[in-house]
Design a protein around this ligand. Structure first.
Ligand SMILES: Nc1ncnc2c1ncn2[C@@H]1O[C@H](COP(=O)(O)OP(=O)(O)OP(=O)(O)O)[C@@H](O)[C@H]1O
Ligand SMILES: [Mg+2]
Length: 372
């Protein structure tokens, strides 16, 4: 077990920054998630930690041991790092049985036959593949093959686990199951695990800490709840949550000692503690509100505005309602839609404890500072 520290990591491909000054602190025994859209640098980060990529700048530490240093032109070889990897396109040996596949890393370590057998069976049991030990990979489903790859990584008892979308080949139902299984396994083994995904739900449900990457840069590193409730900027706010946060542009306005945001269709009264905003020389803001914090009513309320129902989508447990006002679309998620129909008019208001305010220019969440 070990903690991993990354400092100022830079990796370029031609003119493209795959990683642009990344700093990360991954605690000993943590399940740490790297999340972001395709091409944001997740695999590059993982390959750098594994020692498969040499960065142009920066350092990587495993505990108090320096394993990568661009300055010192030092990059410890992957096989000397005691890491285990499960990658997007995991490769299990097609000519070997499942047993031999899982046993392989232990044979390389010259473990005794009895020890190998014990370990393989124990691991296969924990992943529920012990019935498959004599089969060859081509006789397995995609999900089973993925679990063999996991088992082969686990038997090594590495210092650090690196997983790059290890569940991407599983169907939706098996994925939920495998996710829970991985979490349980992590708890049991307590091995520092760095887990890459582009699936926000997977990230939110699995991780202790999530790092969100975008175009090679870190946008936010926080717990799942903090990322959801206090997104640092518009990118994070829109990336996490489905349907995404509504974003409404407006101008800041002070009147009779109160602050409003002129949204065009209404002057939205801002909470009192935001009066300080005036000192910040801000003008154009973006109000963010999650669909579940858009409240609807058939009666007019304080700070409410009339909107028309455009679409009602049943989502199972809830309904997604698309509302239109002043040519703008606002999505609301609610559990009750009694007597509501497309074309109806109703009043909507925002739960003002849940609003977010972003500076239009910097895209940063300015309200974040007030709430913390
Ligand atoms: N060998 C390479 N040569 C040139 N560019 C590369 C190379 N590998 C990665 N890149 C570029 O670096 C950036 C980051 O790639 P990376 O593979 O880390 O993305 P990712 O976040 O893992 O994406 P995905 O979710 O699609 O796997 C991308 O713009 C990619 O095109
Ligand atoms: Mg990748």
């Amino acid at each position: 077990m070990t903690n991993v520290k990354i400092r100022n990591l830079v990796k370029k491909y031609g003119d493209v920054y795959a990683l642009n000054k990344i700093d990360l602190d991954i605690k000993d025994g943590e399940l740490f998630i790297l999340l972001g859209p395709s091409g944001c640098g997740k695999s590059t980060t993982l390959f750098s930690i594994a020692g498969l990529i040499k960065p142009e700048e920066g350092e990587i530490w495993f505990g108090d041991k320096l394993v990568t240093s661009a300055d010192k032109k030092y990059c410890k070889r992957p096989q000397e790092r005691n890491i285990a990897m499960v990658f997007q396109d995991y490769a299990i040996y097609p000519h070997m049985t499942v047993f031999k596949n899982i046993a392989f890393p232990l044979q390389v370590q010259n473990k005794s036959k009895e020890e190998i057998k014990k370990k393989v069976i124990e691991t296969a049991k924990s992943l529920e593949i012990e019935e498959l030990l004599e089969r060859k990979p081509k006789q397995l489903s995609g999900g089973q093959r993925q679990r063999v790859a996991l088992a082969r990584a686990i038997v090594r008892e590495p210092n650090v686990f690196l997983m790059d979308e290890p569940l991407s080949n599983l169907d939706a139902k098996l994925r939920v199951f495998a996710r829970a299984e991985l979490k349980r396994l992590h708890k049991k083994l307590g091995i520092t695990t760095i887990y890459v995904t582009h699936d926000q739900i997977e990230a939110m449900s699995m991780g202790n800490t999530i790092a969100i990457l975008n175009e090679g840069k870190l946008e936010q590193v926080d717990t799942p709840n903090k990322i959801y409730d206090f997104p640092k900027n518009i990118f994070v706010a829109r990336f996490i949550g489905s349907p995404p946060m509504n974003m409404l542009e407006g101008d800041l306005k002070k009147e009779n000692g109160k602050m409003y945001l002129n949204l065009g269709f209404m002057d939205y009264l801002l909470p009192n503690n935001l009066l300080k905003l005036n000192d910040k020389n801000l003008k154009e803001l973006i109000l963010g509100i999650r669909p579940e914090d858009v409240l609807i009513s058939t009666e007019q309320l304080n700070n409410s505005v009339k909107a028309t129902i455009d679409i009602i989508e049943p989502m199972g447990r809830e309904f997604e309602i698309h509302l239109v006002l002043d040519g703008k679309l606002i999505i609301c998620v609610t559990r009750k839609i009694e007597n509501l129909k497309i074309g109806n008019e109703l009043y909507l208001t925002f739960n003002d404890k849940k609003i977010h305010l972003f500076d239009k220019e910097t895209k940063e969440n300015i309200y974040y500072l007030f709430k913390q």
